[in-house]
Design a protein around this ligand. Structure first.
Ligand SMILES: [Zn+2]
Ligand SMILES: [Zn+2]
Length: 306
C-alpha cells in the first residue's frame, strides 16, 4: 500500500530585530518614544500573523551589548498551554494578539532592566550578532517543520542607528550566511541612511526603506514589508535607493573607495599597515627609496644576441 503524501502548505516566518539602543538620536532627543515604536511593531507582527494561519513571528531586541528574543516560539508554546481547550476572546481582541502584546512589553522591560546594569553609551548596535541569532532561530525552526510544511523566512531590522562602520566583517559574514540560507533581510531606517544595511538588503534581495518622517511607522511597515519579497515586484513600492558598494576600513570604520587589503584575511585598511591587526600577519613593506633605473639593464639585455 502506498502511504498518502502529506498535503503541502506554505508558512512564513518573520523575525523582527528591533534596535532599542538608548543612544539613538531619535530617543535621546525625544523625537519619538520607544513605546510608540513598540506599539507599531506589535501591530505589524499581528498583521503578519493574520495573513496566513501558519505564519510565525519572533521579535529580537538589540542594543550595543547584547541581543535577546522578546517574543519567540517559546512564548507561543506558553500561550497554547494556557488555552489548550479553546481560543478565548479577550474583549474585542483575539487572545493570541493580546498575549503577544503582553509578552513583548513584559520581556522588553526585563531586557532593558538587564541591559541598564551593564550599559555603556555606544551608538553601535550589535546587528551582526542579532542577525546571527535570528539565523540560528530560523535554522532550528526549519529543522522542526511539520510534514508538508514549506517555510519562507525573512528578517526585518528596524533602527534609528546612524553609526555603521563598527564590526563590519561580522555583519558581512552574517549577511552572506543569510544569502546562502535564502533568508531575505529587510531594513527600515527611522532616520539616517545606513550603508551597511543597504548592502545587507542588496546581498539578500530584501527591501531597504528610510522613513521620510517619524509619523506613521505602522503604515510604512505594512505598505512595504508585509508582503513577501518575491511578491513585492507586483506592488507599487518606493524604488530601491542608490547603492553604495564601498566597504568600511577596519582601522577607522570609514567608507573607503581605494585601500589596502590583507592577502590572508581580506581585512581592509585605508592606510598601509605593516602588521594586520586582525590576523597578525607581518607584511614586507617596500622601501620608499627610488629604485635603480632599469634602462641600462634593458639596453644590455636587448643588446645580447638572441
Ligand atoms: Zn581606516
Ligand atoms: Zn590579515
Amino acid at each position: 500500500m502506498q502511504s498518502e503524501k502529506p498535503k503541502e502548505f506554505t508558512s512564513s516566518l518573520l523575525v523582527i530585530i528591533l534596535d532599542v539602543n538608548p543612544a539613538q538620536d531619535i530617543l535621546l532627543n525625544s523625537e519619538i518614544k520607544l513605546s510608540s515604536i513598540l506599539s507599531s511593531v506589535v501591530a505589524f507582527a499581528n498583521s503578519h500573523l493574520m495573513l496566513r494561519t501558519h505564519n510565525k513571528v519572533a521579535v529580537l531586541a538589540s542594543d550595543p551589548n547584547s541581543c535577546d528574543f522578546i517574543y519567540s516560539d517559546q512564548d507561543e508554546l506558553d500561550f497554547k498551554k494556557k488555552t489548550i481547550s479553546s481560543c478565548k476572546m479577550g474583549g474585542s481582541q483575539y487572545e493570541l494578539f493580546s498575549h503577544i502584546d503582553r509578552s513583548i512589553k513584559f520581556n522588553i522591560m526585563k531586557f532593558l532592566r538587564d541591559a541598564s546594569e551593564v550599559f555603556h553609551m555606544s551608538r553601535d548596535t550589535v546587528f551582526g550578532a542579532s542577525c546571527a541569532k535570528a539565523l540560528c532561530y530560523i535554522n532550528r525552526l526549519q529543522n522542526n517543520l511539520i510534514p508538508g510544511e514549506i517555510m519562507n523566512s525573512r528578517i526585518l531590522i528596524i533602527t534609528g542607528c546612524d553609526n555603521e562602520g563598527d564590526k563590519y566583517i561580522r555583519c558581512m559574514n552574517t549577511f552572506f550566511t543569510a544569502q546562502k540560507q535564502n533568508v531575505a533581510i529587510d531594513a527600515c531606517s527611522l532616520t539616517h541612511d545606513v550603508t551597511l544595511l543597504k548592502q545587507a538588503c542588496y546581498i539578500t534581495e530584501g527591501s531597504y526603506f528610510r522613513m521620510p518622517k517619524l509619523e506613521g511607522l505602522l503604515l510604512y511597515l505594512q505598505w512595504i514589508f508585509l508582503t513577501e519579497p518575491t511578491s513585492r515586484k507586483k506592488l507599487v513600492i518606493p524604488l530601491a535607493p542608490q547603492m553604495d558598494f564601498r566597504p568600511f576600513c577596519f582601522c577607522h570604520g570609514n567608507l573607503t573607495a581605494i585601500g589596502f587589503v590583507c592577502s590572508l584575511c581580506l581585512t581592509i585598511y585605508c592606510k598601509i599597515s605593516p602588521i594586520c591587526t586582525t590576523c597578525e600577519a607581518v607584511f614586507k613593506v617596500r622601501s620608499t627609496l627610488p629604485l635603480k633605473p632599469k634602462k641600462k639593464k634593458t639596453k644590455q639585455s636587448s643588446g645580447t644576441p638572441s
